[in-house]
Design a protein around this ligand. Sequence first.
Ligand SMILES: Nc1ncnc2c1ncn2[C@@H]1O[C@H](COP(=O)(O)OP(=O)(O)OP(=O)(O)O)[C@@H](O)[C@H]1O
Length: 641
Amino acid sequence: MEVFSVKFKTTEELPEPSPRLIDQVIGQDEAVKVVLSAVKNKRHVLLLGDPGVGKSMIVKAVGEILEEFDNFTPYTIIAKPNLKNPEKPIVELIDGEYKEDTKDEKISIPTQPPSLLTLFLIMIAFTVISSWLLRGLPESKMLATIAIVAIVGSLIAFVSIFLGVLGATKSSMPNAVNPVDLKPVILYECKKRPLVRASAYNVTKLLGDVKHCPLGGRPPLGTPPHKRIILGAIHEAHKGILYVDEIKTMPLEVQDYILTALQDKQLQISGRNPNSSGATVETNPIPCDFILIMSGNMDDVHNLRAPLLDRIDYKIVLKNKMDNTLENRDKLLQFIIQEIRNNNLNPMTYEACCEIVKLAQLLAGSRDKLTLRLRKLSNIIKMANDIAIGRDIEEIKNNVEGEEYKNIENNGKKVYITAEHVRKIIESGIYSMSKQVALEYLRNFKRYKHIVPNDEPKVGIIYGLAVLGEDGLGDVTKIITQIIDSKSPATHLLNISGDLAKHSITLASALSKKLVAEGKLPLPKKDIDLTSKEIYIQFSQSYSKIDGDSATAAACLSIISALLEIPLKQDFAITGSLDLSGNILAVGGINEKVNAAKEYGFKRVIIPEANMIDVIDTGGIEIIPVRTLDELIPLVFDLKK
Ligand SMILES: Nc1ncnc2c1ncn2[C@@H]1O[C@H](COP(=O)(O)OP(=O)(O)OP(=O)(O)O)[C@@H](O)[C@H]1O
């Protein structure tokens, strides 16, 4: 099969990808189209999808081309003191740049006479200065002189400030207070259509705040309220896009504020901390007319209040897989080249690119799909580059974040990322926590496991297949069933490894008993009083949690074998879900399972026929597809005796 439509030895030979981020988004064409249209038409958007499929990237890409949509008039947001009510500073939005108005300096705000705190501070200052100046005097004289200087000096200073302030208030002259305190301040200058990003949990960043002033926030000593205002992302996004990610963490209170902002297109700022001097400050409503884009994973949406969700026009679910076609493999190649260029990595060989395609299939769980969880692939490419430049896995483990990726030439020889470097990273499992946990589990327990494929058929024993963890590894589990005569007419299930797949095993047991009782199986019949039997099923040496129903076919065969006392062959492992009509249905993690069967030395593995399209690499093991229990039975039972 042709992997890519272009022939190359290394990625160096391939053309540079487009520098525009919008052209770099892979596999999410539909979502990009809808977001572009939504932004053009000023609609709000919710982007949902698995981690690392490109939600932030799409928003950033749209932000890059926002300018192209329509004309934008730059604006400035300023804050002024409020002369009548200093705790309610005035925030104004003006078109263009702010030009300082000389009138502003003439105005004065009502000031307060100095407080006792001021007197205390002045006294300390006088004490410190006079003790330094008089340090040469004998101790007895020095103390008395310092005391006199401090008391008299500070009283004179205090009274003059007091009179000065009174004078200033009476004559409305600003001289007594620092005129700079009265000037409006520029809070924000917006020169191009903004894209402002804020995490949902960061309330101050999102909604703004008023800083605390330890000196009470009044001139002459304190910082006046208008100078302590912090604008929120919600205001900085005016006339542009507000991008809120991590919606799972958005407090309900913040949702209410966003809702108000969406409705009123304006929102005031007040101090958020009740213990701060900012708590008494509140601005006038400040314009905030923005397009809201939020993003999160599918489950996060439950955290959003219905009225807010209702106001979001477009709800877009991003894809996590794309079809494994030549066109899409070319797109994956484009992604590889982008990652190399954007992260300044070494070029990659053709074989290494093919290895990435294989990994994309594996992560998609199917031969005919490619994963779109591209952040994971991006991390693997970066780590393979580390290996290429000589950092080993241990070094990478201790340094995964914050490293600069460098293009290094070794002794004048160009370094390439090869297939082996990529494989090393994949095999180490270092890109995934769940894979490492699974690897650790297998390292610890595999050697104790008694899984030996052999040619000696056994009653009630069969090898099932499981997957450990999300990006996990396959494992083989031995299922053993024994039938015991019961004194009471009851049927029990025993699962010594805990609560393993109880529901599906109950189903398997019910189905087996029905099939045995009906005598319609293509197996020798046996008269058996099921009411007097107890069925015990053990998932032997299964140390991990097994859920899902992929062991139902195996469990069913094991029970039938035990009930009819017909041995099962021991040279195969099997996975498949079984429905009550005897159909074998598709299961997940087929490649991990096939691989596990191979690792444990099995020559045959039986899988649902529907899963055949998922198999990426048979690796030399015989794969037998089955559709029904009737097809399965002649394959697995040993009927020679
Ligand atoms: N569709 C894509 N096309 C190209 N590159 C992608 C794509 N998706 C992810 N990437 C790569 O993965 C990186 C991370 O993607 P991004 O941050 O957009 O994911 P996300 O969906 O926002 O993830 P999260 O839900 O964790 O915030 C990107 O910088 C890019 O390198």
